[in-house]
Design a binder for this molecule. Sequence first.
Ligand SMILES: Cc1cc2nc3c(=O)[nH]c(=O)nc-3n(C[C@H](O)[C@H](O)[C@H](O)COP(=O)(O)OP(=O)(O)OC[C@H]3O[C@@H](n4cnc5c(N)ncnc54)[C@H](O)[C@@H]3O)c2cc1C
Length: 484
Amino acid sequence: MSDRYDVIIVGAGIIGTGIARELSRYKLDVGVLEKKPDVGWGTTKANSGIIHAGYDAKPGTVKSSFSAPGNKMYEKWTEVLSVPFKRLGSFVSTEDESQLGKLEKLLEQGEENGVEGLEIITDRRKIEELEPNITKGVEAVLYAPTAGVVAPYKLSIALYENARANGVDFQFNSPVNDITKTSEADGFEFYVEAGGSRYEGDYVINAAGIYSGKIADMVGDDSFSIFPARGEYYLLDSEIEEYVRRINFPLPTEESKGILVTPAAEGSIIFGPNHQPLDKPSVATTQTGLDQVLNGAMKLFPDIDTSKIRTNFAGLRAKAGSDDFVIGESGAARNFINVAGIQSPGLTAAPAISKHVIGILEESGLELSEDPGFDPKREPIPKFAEMDTEEIVSYTDKYEAAKDIVCRCEEVTRAEIEEAIDRGATTLDGIKFRTRSRMGSCQGGFCTPRLIEILADKLGISPKEVTKKGDNSYLLAEETKKGE
Ligand SMILES: Cc1cc2nc3c(=O)[nH]c(=O)nc-3n(C[C@H](O)[C@H](O)[C@H](O)COP(=O)(O)OP(=O)(O)OC[C@H]3O[C@@H](n4cnc5c(N)ncnc54)[C@H](O)[C@@H]3O)c2cc1C
C-alpha cells in the first residue's frame, strides 16, 4: 500500500511550506516529504532574514521578476499568519564619493524592477537621523524604505501550521531517495520512495534546496546542478538591538551583497554573511570566515560592543550554474516541477514564487477547485514576555504552567514550551525556533535540563532519547548513580 497524493512536495523549507500553504486553498490531497524532523531546517533557518527591496537582481532575470513582487506581499502574508515582520528600510553605504555612480546604478536597476521609494542620500545629517551609529566616514547611501526583516524559521513554521490545519499532510524524517516515473496505465505519474515508505503522486514539486539537483537527477533531469556556497554569521545579544536601526549593506560585489549589519526581526543584531563556495555542503563555522564577518561588520559600525556577540552559525546558498532561480516544469519529466537554485533573495521571493507555482500546476492540467473551508489565519503561541500586566493575570489564571518560567533569559513559560510541543516540536531546536528558549544570553545554560525533562514527559520518551536536532544529536549518555 502506498499513500496517494495529487501533489507531492519534496522539501519543507520556505519554498515547500509556502507552496503547500498555497495549495491548501484547493480541494487537493497534498503531501510534503521532508528529510529532517521539522520544517525550515535547511537554508531557511540560517540566513539574514531580510526581505530585500528588490534592486539587487539584474532586470530580466527570474530572480528580478519575483523579488519586488514578493516584497510587496509580505505584510499580508505575515499578518494573517501572525509572524513578526518589520519594514526597517535598508542602506547601501559608501565612504567614497567616487562610488556614487554604483549607488545610482543600483537605484536605476531597482526602479526598473518596480521598487518604490528608492533615494540616494548624501546629507550626513539625514544619514545620521536614520542610522545614528553608522561609521562617521559614510558619505552616501542608497536608502530603500521598503526593505524589511522577518524571522524566517517562524515563517516556515507558521506556513506549515496553517497548511496542516487546512489539510496538507507532512511526513518528517522522510528523505526522498528515489522517484520513478510510472507508465500511463498506472493512472498517476510518480512513485516516490522516502524514509522506507512509498508514495504515489500526479505531480511532484522539487523544493529540496541545495539537494534539488539530486532530486531532479532522479527523474533524469540533468539540466542544472547546485553549487553550495556557505555564508557565516555572528549573532549578538538583544540587549543592544537599538544600536542598529536599519539593514546596512556595504557596496555589493559580483558574488554577494556583502557583509551586512542588521537588527533581526525578534531582537538582537546580525553580522554576516561572507561567501565561501564549497565542494561539499557544510554548515560548520570557521575562525577565518568569522574573522571576515567581524571585519566587514566593524567597517560599518566600528564602535559596536562586540562583547555582546552570543553565537555564530552558517547557512548554505543553493547556487544553480546559471546563477538564477530554476522554476518550471522539467524538460525531462511531465508534471515534475523544479523550484530550485533558490538562493538569495529566495526568502523575499517566496510568496510570489508560491503563487506562481500554482499557475504552473494549473497550466499543466491540475484541476483547482477552491476549498470553501480554507482558513488563512493562524494564531501564534501566546508570548508571556510580550504581555502587559492584565494579560499576564488572565494567562496565568488560565494555565498553571504559565506561572513556571523555564527560560529566564527570554522569559519563556512551561505553557509556551508545552504548546510548542503540541504544535509539532520534537527536539530542542524545534522548541527553540518556536519559543526562543535557548536563544538568550545564556544560550540554554540554565533551561536545557528543564526542556529535556518537559520534552521527554510530553513525548513519552526517556530523557536519553531527547535530541537537539534529530539524528544522533543526543544530549545525555547515562543516568548518574548516587555517590558517583
Ligand atoms: C547565507 C545566506 C543568506 C541569505 N539571506 C537571505 C536574505 O536575507 N533574504 C532572502 O530573501 N534570502 C536570503 N537567502 C536565501 C534564502 O535563505 C533561500 O532562498 C531560502 O531559504 C531557500 O528556501 P528553500 O525552501 O528553497 O530551501 P531550504 O530551506 O534549504 O529547504 C529545502 C528543504 O528540503 C529538504 N530536503 C533536502 N533533500 C531532501 C530529500 N532528499 N528528501 C526530503 N527532503 C529533502 C531539506 O531538509 C530542507 O528542509 C540567504 C541564503 C543564505 C545561504
